[in-house]
Design a protein around this ligand. Structure first.
Ligand code: BG6
Length: 489
């Protein structure tokens, strides 16, 4: 057969991301018969390892959702046989040339397509891209490179990175991952909006009072303090994951579902936004807390974090889109580590019903009477709409209820991990869920002035106890716009 070979090289194969996400996702794709017929997986890293040792390492990571399924161990063996290892330096053209030789042998003269997943720190990105593209890129098929954030720390460093990447790669070879775009409920956002008549007509300042994008984790930076301290929660979560959701949420109807059409609309939203201002932002950092005899550490207790670090582990911000659809509607973002719960959700609070006959049923608390659409991205995926209805009985009392689409109850099939979808898309050349360089520039333009100001003015974060619901300042910020955080009930 004439089918091309596809080699997937995981650069940084012994790292955390490779073990936790990339190998399990590749195996899940294999299990589902989604990988191309002639695929090979190569692990590339500095440490010395044999193919057998890599397989052993990978096999330990395959404790993914698949492992309870039929024929799992058989499939796993077959998959592992297609995994190999090459040890090399990240900046050695020679080592990448050796890899190229091995790849060629395995490809056996077929058209060769090559995907490199750079799961390595950004300071060695460029060297690897240079070496891979000069020595191991495909001669007659495609070569694509997946890169993970951080894409710089601000507009300037991001532009420098893009410029360096473009010395060796065309834009359409670069696949910048934002794994939130691969999450099932984020993908569903456009379906919800554009395939249901009842939402799109309401999707504007006319009917929506505010939109909330909430991310919280119930654990701290745990072992990642060294990385995190250089970035902070605004760069780690807001500038990418939450902003991407916002862009998808707020964009105009794309011309088609093609990647370029969707990304064109997203970038327009980002470019219509006002850069963030310090007065619209609250930052926090978690401090230690004793609960049930257990001491939960402060952020600065992490050995890799300077004791006097002011890096925010929490932030809340109000953002605005200055276009006809969204003029004046606050988009409130909130992201934090070491909070009480783990969740990611989008909350859409609708306006009050004008002249509502039933207002008196809610006393003075009009907020209680407005509709709210909640899209729970994780955990326990769900979409529900809060509506008002009459409590059954002879009296006239109103109540709030949820029209609820609860994924676990509705669908028996498990939801794939975001990395599965993204890897598959990269193999298939589908760019819809990857970040284009103009989107990245626009995203940095929004956050860079604020990030600089926070650092230059050495703004002291508001401290909150580990495991709490975050700094109280987030409520004052929301209250300035007459908003209540929906996750506070
Ligand atoms: C990453 C951040 O991008 O996303 C981490 O760097 C964060 O700090 C993670 O924990 C959250 O991803 P998920 O898929 O577990 O919600």
């Amino acid at each position: 057969d004439k089918e091309p070979a596809v080699s997937i090289t995981v650069v940084g194969a012994s790292g955390d991301l490779a073990k936790k996400k990339i190998f399990p996702a590749l195996f899940a794709l294999y299990y589902e018969d989604c990988l191309p017929k002639h695929f090979t997986v190569y692990g590339y890293a500095r440490s010395k390892m044999t193919d057998a040792e890599l397989r052993n390492m990978v096999s330990k990571t395959l404790t993914c959702r698949i492992d309870k399924r039929e024929n799992c161990s058989e499939k796993m063996e077959q998959f592992l046989k297609r995994c190999f290892y090459h040890s090399g330096q990240y900046d050695s053209q020679e080592n990448f040339a050796e890899l190229d030789k091995k790849l060629k042998e395995r490809e056996g003269g077929r058209v060769s397509n090559r995907l490199f997943y750079l799961s390595i720190p950004p300071n060695i990105f460029i060297d690897s891209v240079r070496c891979a593209s000069l020595s191991a890129s495909s001669g007659n098929g495609w070569t694509r490179v997946i890169v993970e954030k951080p894409f710089g720390r601000d507009s300037e460093s991001s532009a420098a990175l893009t410029k360096a990447l473009k010395q060796y790669l065309e834009e359409d070879q670069i696949f910048r991952i934002d794994h939130y775009l691969g999450k099932e409920l984020v993908e569903n956002l456009s379906v919800l909006r554009f395939s249901n008549l009842i939402f799109e007509p309401l999707w504007s300042r006319q009917y929506i009072r505010n939109v909330q994008l909430i991310f919280s984790e119930d654990f701290g930076t745990e072992g990642r303090g060294g990385y995190f301290d250089n970035y902070g929660i605004i760069r780690d979560i807001m500038q990418n994951h939450l902003l991407q959701i916002l862009a998808l949420f707020a964009m105009e109807t794309p011309v088609s579902l093609a990647g370029e059409d969707i990304r064109n609309e997203k970038v327009k939203v980002l470019r219509s936004m006002r850069p963030l201002q310090l007065e619209n932002v609250v930052v926090g950092q978690y401090k230690s807390h004793i609960k049930g005899g257990v001491t939960y550490p402060a952020y600065t207790d992490d050995k890799t974090v300077p004791k006097d670090s002011l890096t925010p582990t929490f932030a809340a911000a109000a953002l605005f889109i200055d276009n006809a659809r969204w003029d004046g509607v606050p988009f409130l973002m909130k992201a934090g580590k070491a909070l009480q719960t783990k969740r990611a959700e989008i909350r859409v609070q609708f306006r009050h019903v004008p002249g509502n006959l039933y207002n008196r049923n809610f006393g003075t608390d009009l907020d209680q009477a407005t509709n709210e659409l909640v899209i729970r991205v994780q955990p326990d995926e769900a979409i529900y709409l809060k509506i008002n209805n009459k409590v059954p009985g002879l009296g006239m009392r109103l109540d709030r209820s949820n029209l609820n689409l609860h994924y676990a109850a509705r669908y028996s099939k498990e939801i794939p991990d975001a990395y599965e979808r993204l890897l598959l898309d990269a193999i298939e050349g589908e760019r819809r869920l990857f970040i284009r360089s103009d989107e990245l520039d626009a995203a940095w333009a929004l956050f860079t002035p604020l990030l600089k100001e926070l650092e230059e003015k050495k703004i002291i974060p508001e401290y909150y106890p580990h495991g709490s619901r975050g700094p109280v300042g987030a409520h004052y910020l929301a209250a300035r716009y007459n908003v209540r955080w929906g996750d506070f009930g």
